[in-house]
Design a protein around this ligand. Structure first.
Ligand code: SAM
Length: 357
């Protein structure tokens, strides 16, 4: 049996968080999600992990997890539940469905007794229900006898070329102390940019590309070399052919601009905050979301391909996404950037390696 520290990933999606943990030297024994396409992607990229396609609302899914683990000591539970899964509006009875999604993490932790529990979510969770959501989560760590800490991390500080912010709650068993979040790796001015992240990828304007393809030039930055990861084929780099109207509108948005930079009468069909956003080549990208309509390449008049979004999320090029294009974009946008996960996992190792065994 492997001597690596063992991880269970709840709400695993395609496994961005898991990928970071594996890179740091953990063994992800199991991923659980109710989305078949995401789990297919998870399995393809985590060949040694088990998967469960199941609804984490259900206690029977928790039973299935326990059975699958078969008595192995699990060191870490990581979880990125959807934030709609948190509700304080119902009663806190164990069987209240509205609470169960989030609380399934704590219920499983109570059964498996891991040394660490990490929950990731959108920063808005900290202020949800006037802060009571956050307080309720911290109370659950208390109930499990875990120490607790939480922090909003800014992805560019951890080498990710994207201005994503996410909150992380970390609970540790008492003897390990309180988790201190990893120091920043990069500071402003040194951040990885869109150009450094995706500048080497083929344009895919008229030639929309195949699902499996190849590079047309060498890597041009350290980040691109890291993302190529020795890979020589290109997956999921399929261009989108827009209507002439869309191409005409986006061609008028300057780098780093959005609908506010358009002349009067142009692009009026979309006017919300992120509409007609064009990335800036010399800055990290906007937060990658689960859609593929509102953000555009810094240079080409099209939305980024799944692979470009994956690069901006720090997925290496050998990480392949399955499902329809819409499902692939959703998997990428939902994920914890693997590099961010990696830096958290590396820091966690310093606690578990010292006194965890
Ligand atoms: C934010 S994503 C997690 C992404 C993942 N941590 C990663 O790094 O790739 C949330 C996931 O929760 C899953 N999910 C939502 N409701 C669920 C449920 N009732 N049971 C199991 N999984 C669920 C979704 O399919 C989605 O993949």
């Amino acid at each position: 049996m492997s001597s690596k520290l063992k991880v269970v990933d709840l709400f695993s999606g395609c496994g961005g968080f898991s990928y970071g943990f594996e890179k740091a030297g953990f063994e992800v024994v199991l991923g659980v999600d109710n989305d078949k396409a995401a789990l297919d992607t998870f399995k393809l990229n985590h060949k040694n992990s088990d998967i469960i396609l199941g609804d984490l609302h259900l206690d029977s899914t928790l039973d299935e997890i326990e059975n699958k683990i078969g008595g192995k000591q699990i060191d870490v539970i990581i979880a990125g539940p959807p934030c709609q899964g948190f509700s304080l509006t119902g009663s806190r009875k164990a069987n209240d469905d509205r609470n169960r999604l989030f609380y399934s993490v704590f219920k499983l932790a109570n059964r498996l007794k891991p040394k660490a529990v990490i929950i990731e979510n959108v920063p808005g969770l900290a202020t949800l229900y006037e802060g009571r959501a956050k307080t309720a989560i911290l109370e659950e760590f208390d109930n499990l006898g875990l120490t607790k800490n939480f922090k909003v991390l800014y992805a560019p500080d951890y080498e990710v070329p994207q201005i994503r912010r996410r909150i992380f709650f970390v609970g540790l068993i008492e003897e390990l102390g309180v988790f201190d979040f990893p120091e920043k790796i990069l500071s402003e001015g040194k951040y990885n940019t869109c150009l450094k992240a995706i500048g080497d990828l083929p344009s895919r304007l008229d030639d929309l590309g195949e699902e499996i393809d190849s590079y047309d030039k060498p890597a041009e930055s350290e980040y691109q070399t890291m993302m190529r990861n020795g890979n020589d084929v290109l997956f999921n780099h399929v261009g989108t052919k827009h209507t002439d109207l869309v191409i005409n509108v986006i061609s008028q948005v300057p780098e780093g601009g959005n609908h506010r930079d358009l002349p009067p009468g142009v692009g009026d069909s979309r006017k919300f905050n992120e509409a007609w956003t064009r990335y800036h080549s010399n800055k990290p990208s906007k937060t990658i979301d689960t859609g593929h309509r509102n953000h555009f390449h810094y240079k080409y008049n099209r939305v980024p391909t799944v692979r470009e979004n994956a690069r901006l999320q720090s997925f290496p090029d050998n990480f392949r996404f399955l499902g329809t294009k819409t499902q692939q974009y959703r998997q990428v946008g939902n994920a914890v950037p693997p590099l961010l996960g990696f830096h958290i996992a590396k820091k966690l190792l310093t606690y578990l390696d010292k006194k965890g065994e």
